[in-house]
Design a protein around this ligand. Sequence first.
Ligand code: HEM
Length: 485
Amino acid sequence: MPISTPDSGPTPPPGCPAHSAGGPAPVGPESLYGPEFAANPSAVYARLRAYGPVAPVEISPGVHASLVTSYATALEIMRNTETFPRDPRRWEALNDGTVPMDSPVVPMMMYRPNPMYTDGEEHERYRGAVSDTLNRLNPHALRTYVEESADLLIDLFGPEGQAELLSEYCARLPLLVFNQLFGCPPELSEKLVKGMASLLDASEDAVEANAVLVETLLALITLKRTEPGADITSWLLAHPARLNDEEMISQLILLTGAGVEPVKNLICNALRLLLSDDRFGGDLSGGTMPVDEALDEALWTDPPIANYATHFPVRDVTIGGHRVAKGSPVLISMAAANNDPQLVSDRRGNRAHLAFGAGPHACPAKDPARIIASTAVEKLLDRVPDIELTVDPGQLQWRPGPFHRALAALPVRFPPVAAKYDATGVTATDQNPGGSAWNSSRDPSTSALSSSTPKGATSTEKERGSANAVQRPWWNSLIAWWRGR
Ligand code: HEM
């Protein structure tokens, strides 16, 4: 779709048959917030397509933007950061006060010194530090973190025979994993996990929680400057980019925000498919391996980051007949682009979706994100194989919000399963030594650090070696907190 500088004619009227893709005529900017959008975003995207590849939307009351719904145009814009840079300091409506600083979308869109909101050399510096650091993660060790975290959480609800998986599993698991990846010592762990959780919840005490999070991260950074370990915090500190404390905090908060929330939603959205869609779950004991397929389908159909990748054009441009003013936000709809009717290819085994973005800002953590999500899903279905939804899939609610595709709850029931660790965090028994249909094709070396794993590949090296007698005092305090004590 050609992108041009001020064109010869006016933007066509909404619904103009000469310009529309044939859908019903839109009557003005569609709202991307509120329960109606959350309940049926596909219907909104279908109406928006009547404008062409880009359409006007309101992402919060009074906050206007352009949304790209075409796959081809989305790719073109994400790759063209010369015309469509990311730095929100160009956002004219924010600069002139039309959009107030306390608008709920501003925290997700405002400038911060990290790769997400920068361009050119500034972007390269931050991006280099973050992606070099993520590349040092050992996939086998990461899988082990996830398995251990999953075991702990399943132990909490397994004996109950029922759970609300979103809050009790999908939301907590990435917090535990990131806590370990950051190399957090026991005395800071609880504060860090609580701070991360409140920040992501955007809860009423978010300001206070943010202060606690920043204070905890500063303490962690100070500790790692003197006692570096094999963890993300130490690797970022040691990077030649020489990040200062403020920049360190910004990268760690970005990693938390960009990592924890979408991973949580991917796990949840894939579980929903596995538990409700015959193409994947059906007979869960049937010996199939649908986890990867369910993850791919969730990434195509319900990408966790549904509308984001905000760009601020350097000049007025016209895209497929839609005029976009200089310095106004252009959002990519990963969800609409992935489901663009003009895409005809078979999705099976095809990972060309835009769920992880594209171009210079594409997600640098695709592989670890997938490891966390697939291990979490497999582990749950391994230990709790006869799991089922307690409500009709059509009754599941989605959380409102313009940026994410996130379930509000995922209630399930199952025959109770025994805990694997006792109250002191010591392994009681291996509940499922032989594996099951869900993990039977897995490489056995992935369930523990393989002998080829380099020493110091992760910060928890010290804990290993006695796989069935692992003490986790800080986990115990988190368990108490999660149980409301
Ligand atoms: C299922 C999980 C994930 C999804 C769907 C996802 C998706 C995305 C998308 C769409 C972008 C591009 C955003 C934009 O252009 O504005 C992005 C960027 C990013 N993601 Fe992820 N992500 C996931 C997991 C993670 C994890 C686990 C981490 C960190 C450990 C992470 C770190 C980042 C960072 C640092 C960026 C910014 C890169 C840049 O601007 O250069 N993501 N992610």
